[in-house]
Ligand binder design. Structure first.
Ligand code: ZN
Ligand code: ZN
Length: 692
C-alpha cells in the first residue's frame, strides 16, 4: 500500500488526517492546502511516509504546498507536539488555529486555488508607507532611576541560556521602562534579535504602546492589537516569522508566532487571568512563555505588581530569580487606603457611603479626577416581581438576565449566551405590574452619580461602553483630564496612568471575599492593588493626598489588612500556607474533565463511567499511586447550563504531573475506542484550570 502524509488540521476530532502527497515532495513542518469536503483547508504536515489508516479510496491528495509561509523546523514541531500532549489536544488545534485569520480562510474546492497573498502584501506595503519617518526619541538607560537600573543590570548580566525572572514591581514603579531598556540592550548586542512581549489587553494600555513606539524605530515594532485588519495582521505575522521585526507585542495567542531570532520573552501583568484561554484548547500563555524560553534556552521575564501564586511559589523555591521594584517612579508614597465600614449605613445614595460622597465632592471642587470601581456591568443585575418569586431568568442558561439600558431604552440581556429580551410590562408569572430593578450595575451608577454631581463630566468604562476607536477616544479624554468622574469595571484596573487622578472609590468589594473558587481572593487582592496603584501619579498639588476608599461590610477581613499595608508579600505568604495545608495548586496539580451536552442524563452517565474508569485505573496502579492521584465526584459547573447546554465537570488532583498525564492519555486512548459516545456530548480536559 502506498504511503501517506499525516496532516494536522484545526479540528478537534483527530490528531491528524491521512493525505496522499500527489506529486509534491513534502517534509514535516510544511504548510499545505488540502481538500476537506467541498472546501479547501490549510494544514500542517506532521509526518511523511506513513502507512495509511483508511482504505485508499477514502484518502485524498494534497492540493499544493502553501507558498510564502515558512515551514516549521523539526525542532519547533517537536516542541509544539509536547505542548499539545500536555494539553491533550491535537497539534493542529494549537498551530493551525493560531495562524492569522486571513491565512486560514477556506475556499471552495471548485475554484482555482488562490491564497490571500495579493491582499496581504498590499496591506503590508500600505502599512510600511504609512510609517512616520521621524527617528525615535533618544532613549538612554541613564533616564532610569537607580532601582530600575539595578534590575536592568541584573537582567543584562545573566549568563546565556534559560533564565526565568519574576519582576515584582509595585504599580507605578516603571516596569515598562525596564522592559524597554532590556529590549534595546538585546538589539544592541544582536541587531537581528527578536523579542516577544505579551500583554493582557492592548486596547486598554495605550501608554505602554506609546512608550515602546517612542523609543524604537517604527518599522521594527509590531503591535498586534484587536483593531488590526485581518490582512495587515497576517502581513505582520508573516514579517515576524521571516525574522523582520524586532519587537512583537501581542495578547496570549502571540505566543504561537514563529520567531526565528527570538532572544527573550516578556510577560507583562503575568497574573492576569486573560493569559488562560477559556475555550477550545485551554492553554495558559504565561506557562507556554516559560516553556518556550526554556526549550530555546533564552531569558523570560514575568512582570507583575501582584504575581500569580504559581510564579511567586516558583520564585520561593528558587526556580525563578526574583527581582523587585519597590519604589514608585515618581518617588511619591503610595496612596493611603481607607476602609469604609458599610455595616451601619442603610440605603446609601448611589451605593456611596457619606464619607465617599463627601470625598468625591471635595476633590471635584479642586478639579481632581476620581475613579469609581464597581465590578458589575449593566444597569441592574436582575429584575424582580414585588408580588411573587419571579426573577428575570434566562431561558437558555442557569442564570438571570441582566437589566441593561442602552440609548435610553431598557432591555434584558443574558451575559452568558447573549440572548436579549424586551422588559416585560407585567410579571410573566403573576401578572403584577410592579417589577423593580434589584442591585446596581455601572450604567445605573453612572446615572445616579450624574444626578448627585450634575456639574461633573462622567465617563463609563466597561465592555458595553464601546471598543476599538470609541474606547481609545474615551481613554484619551480621561488621560487629557477632560473627565472628572470615571465609572468602570475591572477594565479600569489595567495599567492606566492618569495625571489628575487623585482618588479611587471601590464599591461592593466584598463580592470576591466569599466566593466558592479558591482563587477568588487572589484575584480580588490583585484587582484592589492594581486599582490602588492608580491615584497620585503626578506631582500636582491637591489638598487631599491620594487616597483609596474601599467600601466593605467586612472591614476585619485579613485580606484588607494586607491591602491597606500594600503588602503583597504578606498576602502571598498567607495564601500559599493555606494552599499547602489544603493540598491546592501550586502544591498539587489539577485537571478538570469538562463535559457538556444538551441532555443532562447523557452527561451524568458519561461522568459516572469516567469516574469508575479513573478509579479502576488508579487501583490498577497500586497503593502508591492511589496516595498521589485522586478523582472527585462529578459536579455541575458553577453555571450549570449555558445556551441550552448542560455542563458538568470532574476534578482530578495529583501530586505528580507525569503520572497524571499518563492517566489522561490512557483515558483518551480508551475513549477513542468507544463507538457509542453520544454525538451530542462534548468533553475536554482542562489542564491547570483557572476556575474550579
Ligand atoms: Zn410576580
Ligand atoms: Zn443565557
Amino acid at each position: 500500500m502506498s504511503s501517506v502524509l499525516h496532516v494536522a488540521l484545526d479540528l478537534p476530532i483527530a490528531p491528524y488526517f491521512d493525505y496522499f502527497p500527489g506529486h509534491w515532495a513534502l517534509t514535516p513542518g510544511q504548510w499545505v492546502w488540502v481538500p476537506w469536503g467541498q472546501r479547501v483547508r490549510i494544514g500542517l504536515v506532521i509526518a511523511v511516509g506513513k502507512p495509511a489508516q483508511w482504505s485508499p479510496d477514502r484518502i485524498r491528495e494534497v492540493l499544493a504546498p502553501v507558498e510564502g509561509l515558512e515551514a516549521i523546523d523539526a525542532w519547533s514541531l517537536s516542541f509544539w507536539q509536547q505542548v499539545a500532549d500536555y494539553y491533550h489536544c491535537a497539534i493542529g488545534e494549537l498551530l493551525v488555529a493560531s495562524l492569522p485569520k486571513a491565512l486560514r480562510t477556506v475556499q471552495a474546492t471548485s475554484k482555482p486555488l488562490a491564497g490571500p497573498w495579493a491582499a496581504v502584501n498590499k496591506a503590508w506595503q500600505r502599512w510600511q508607507a504609512s510609517l512616520p519617518d521621524k527617528p525615535p526619541a533618544v532613549w538612554h538607560r541613564s533616564q532610569l532611576r537607580a532601582q530600575q537600573a539595578e534590575v536592568l543590570d541584573c537582567l543584562i548580566a545573566q549568563p546565556e541560556g534559560f533564565a526565568p525572572s519574576l519582576l515584582h514591581g509595585i504599580t507605578g514603579s516603571g516596569k515598562t521602562l525596564v522592559y524597554l531598556s532590556y529590549i534595546m540592550s538585546l538589539i544592541e548586542k544582536n541587531p537581528k534579535a527578536q523579542v516577544l512581549l505579551l500583554v493582557p489587553e492592548i486596547g486598554l494600555t495605550p501608554q505602554l504602546a506609546q512608550t515602546l513606539e517612542s523609543a524604537l524605530a517604527p518599522s521594527t515594532i509590531a503591535i498586534l492589537h484587536s483593531g488590526l485588519a485581518d490582512n495587515l495582521r497576517a502581513a505582520v505575522w508573516l514579517a515576524a516569522s521571516r525574522g523582520e521585526l524586532r519587537l512583537i507585542v501581542g495578547t496570549r495567542s502571540a505566543i504561537f508566532v514563529p520567531l526565528p531570532h527570538l532572544a527573550a520573552i516578556i510577560v507583562d501583568e503575568e497574573h492576569d487571568p486573560s493569559y488562560k484561554q477559556w475555550e477550545s484548547v485551554r492553554y495558559q500563555a504565561r506557562d507556554l512563555a516559560v516553556w518556550r524560553a526554556q526549550s530555546m534556552q533564552i531569558p523570560v521575564i514575568l512582570g507583575s505588581a501582584t504575581p500569580s501564586m504559581e510564579s511567586w511559589h516558583a520564585a520561593d523555591r528558587g526556580r525563578y530569580r526574583r527581582l523587585s521594584l519597590t519604589e514608585r517612579a515618581n518617588l511619591l508614597p503610595p496612596p493611603m487606603i481607607e476602609l469604609v465600614d458599610m455595616r451601619q449605613i442603610r440605603q446609601p445614595l448611589a451605593g456611596l457611603a457619606p464619607r465617599s460622597r463627601e470625598l468625591i465632592a471635595s476633590l471635584l471642587s479642586e478639579q481632581a479626577q476620581v475613579l469609581i470601581f464597581l465590578n458589575r456591568r449593566g444597569f441592574a443585575p436582575l429584575l424582580q416581581c414585588a408580588a411573587c418569586t419571579w426573577v428575570s431568568p434566562c431561558a437558555a442558561c442557569s442564570a438571570y438576565q441582566v437589566l441593561h439600558r442602552q440609548a435610553g431604552r431598557f432591555q434584558l440581556i443574558c451575559h452568558h449566551c447573549g440572548q436579549r429580551a424586551k422588559v416585560p410590562r407585567f410579571c410573566p408569572q403573576c401578572g403584577n405590574s410592579d417589577l423593580s430593578a434589584q442591585g446596581r450595575g455601572t450604567q445605573k451608577l453612572e446615572e445616579e452619580l450624574q444626578a448627585i454631581f450634575p456639574q461633573a463630566k462622567l465617563a463609563r468604562l466597561d465592555r458595553d461602553a464601546g471598543q476599538g476607536k470609541h474606547l481609545a477616544q474615551t481613554l484619551a479624554a480621561i488621560h487629557r483630564g477632560d473627565i472628572d468622574l470615571v465609572v468602570g469595571t475591572q477594565m479600569l484596573a489595567k495599567g492606566h496612568d492618569w495625571a489628575r487622578l487623585q482618588a479611587v472609590v471601590v464599591l461592593e468589594a466584598d463580592n470576591g471575599l466569599f466566593a466558592a473558587d479558591f482563587r477568588a481572593t487572589e484575584r480580588l487582592f490583585a484587582n484592589l492593588m492594581q486599582v490602588a496603584g492608580r491615584p497620585g501619579r503626578s506631582h500636582t498639588a491637591f489638598t487631599q493626598a491620594p487616597i483609596v476608599l474601599i467600601q466593605t461590610a467586612h472591614p476585619d477581613h485579613p485580606l484588607f489588612a494586607d491591602v491597606r499595608a500594600h503588602d503583597f508579600q504578606a498576602h502571598a505568604l498567607k495564601v500559599l500556607d493555606e494552599r499547602k495545608a489544603l493540598g491546592l495548586p501550586p502544591y498539587r496539580h489539577h485537571v478538570l474533565l469538562r463535559v457538556q451536552a444538551k441532555q443532562q442524563q447523557v452527561i451524568f452517565e458519561f461522568l459516572e463511567q469516567a469516574k469508575q474508569w479513573f478509579e479502576r485505573w488508579i487501583r490498577s496502579q497500586g497503593a502508591q499511586v492511589a496516595a498521589v492521584l485522586r478523582c472527585y465526584d462529578p459536579v455541575p459547573m458553577n453555571l450549570a447550563r449555558v445556551d441550552h447546554w448542560h455542563r458538568s465537570q470532574l476534578l482530578l488532583e495529583a501530586g505528580d504531573r507525569p503520572l497524571m498525564h499518563r492517566c489522561l492519555s490512557d483515558f483518551h486512548a480508551d475513549q477513542a475506542q468507544q463507538q457509542n459516545l453520544a454525538a451530542s456530548l462534548h468533553w475536554c480536559f482542562d489542564v491547570d484550570p483557572q476556575d474550579i
